[in-house]
Design a binder for this molecule. Structure first.
Ligand SMILES: NC(=O)C1=CN([C@@H]2O[C@H](COP(=O)(O)OP(=O)(O)OC[C@H]3O[C@@H](n4cnc5c(N)ncnc54)[C@H](O)[C@@H]3O)[C@@H](O)[C@H]2O)C=CC1
Ligand SMILES: O=C(O)C1=N[C@H](C(=O)O)C[C@H](O)C1
Length: 266
């Protein structure tokens, strides 16, 4: 059986550790390297929590990709370094699967152009949890009938980006079908800055950060005499792994850029 050779960037992170477990547990995947700025030149097994993993760790993505033959790079880091890893992977002919959030519109356009130039698959998934992908799709369906919507995303307090990648993606999907509307009273005024959250084309996004939370989102629609709430909750990071696996398997067959798992599930 030909194995899919995988590199994981950010293996010590909350998501990275889960992804290492996934790759190790999947028969046709082989973890060939990890990228971690702190442990350059070590083996993964020398890092706490990783046992018996004779996998080299690189601090530098360029060096890693020059020395290691790989099919897929899974990135679970931070936006700046994630962008650098993703571009470098594409230049080396390695297909990226990116869970890192916080990329700008310009970043995404640049990655799409590089994919097209290289004719190489790349999947950027703001949320790998299949339930969250359905929550976004259902919200898009509902937005055809309800033009008043507020997005409330709730995450753990170690999260760096706000609003979450999922909330941004949800707002983009809704705006593709929603009749444009500036919500709330035309004369509404914030007496405390930020009270109405972020404004995306007239709809509002609220970001809650609390210890104890993992990843949650509620999309609330309202119209005359009724509201509709569509909610998804991730209670652990294993919830994201079936989507990571789907993305790795799919990216191997792609020569295009995909932003969002809703584009690859039926
Ligand atoms: N798409 C999805 O379904 C999900 C996406 N995320 C996103 O994934 C990213 C990571 O999330 P967490 O694991 O919770 O964060 P984390 O903070 O636990 O992990 C980030 C990891 O990146 C590593 N890192 C930072 N700079 C680096 C560099 N220069 N080179 C290599 N590694 C570097 C850190 O050492 C750390 O281990 C975030 O952007 C988050 O929003 C998180 C959960 C689900
Ligand atoms: O940082 C997180 O934890 C998560 N990030 C992603 C996002 O920004 O939407 C996905 C999920 O919500 C968890």
């Amino acid at each position: 059986m030909k194995k899919i050779k995988v590199i994981i960037a950010g293996p010590r992170g909350r998501m990275g550790r889960e992804a290492v477990k996934l790759v190790e547990a999947t028969e046709n995947y082989q973890l060939v390297a990890a990228i971690d700025y702190k442990y350059d030149g070590k083996l993964l097994r020398e890092i706490e929590g990783f046992h018996a993993l004779e996998v080299p760790v690189y601090g530098d993505v360029e060096k890693c990709l020059s020395e290691i033959e790989a099919d897929v790079l899974i990135d679970l880091t931070t936006p700046e370094i994630g962008m650098h890893h993703t571009k470098t992977a594409l230049w080396h002919g390695v297909r990226p699967v990116v869970g890192t959030t916080g990329f700008s519109k310009e970043d995404l356009a640049e990655l799409q152009a590089t994919c097209e130039e290289k004719e190489l698959g790349c999947i950027i998934a703001p949320n790998f949890a299949l339930g969250a992908v359905l929550m976004m799709k259902f919200s898009q369906m509902a937005a055809k009938y309800f033009k008043d919507v507020e997005i409330i995303e709730l995450h753990h307090d170690q999260k760096l980006d706000a609003p979450s990648g999922t909330a941004v993606k949800t707002a983009e999907m809704i705006s593709a079908v929603r009749e444009q509307k500036n919500q709330g009273h035309p004369n509404e005024k914030e007496t405390m800055q930020g009270a109405r959250g972020a404004n995306f084309e007239g709809m509002h996004i609220h970001s809650v950060r609390l210890p104890g939370l993992i990843a949650h989102q509620q999309v609330m629609f309202g119209s005359d005499g009724q509201t509709l709430s569509i909610r998804h909750d991730s209670y652990n990071r294993a919830s994201f792994m079936s989507g990571v696996k789907l993305a790795v398997d799919t990216v191997m067959k792609l020569d295009t850029f995909v932003y969002g798992l809703e584009n690859i599930i039926e």
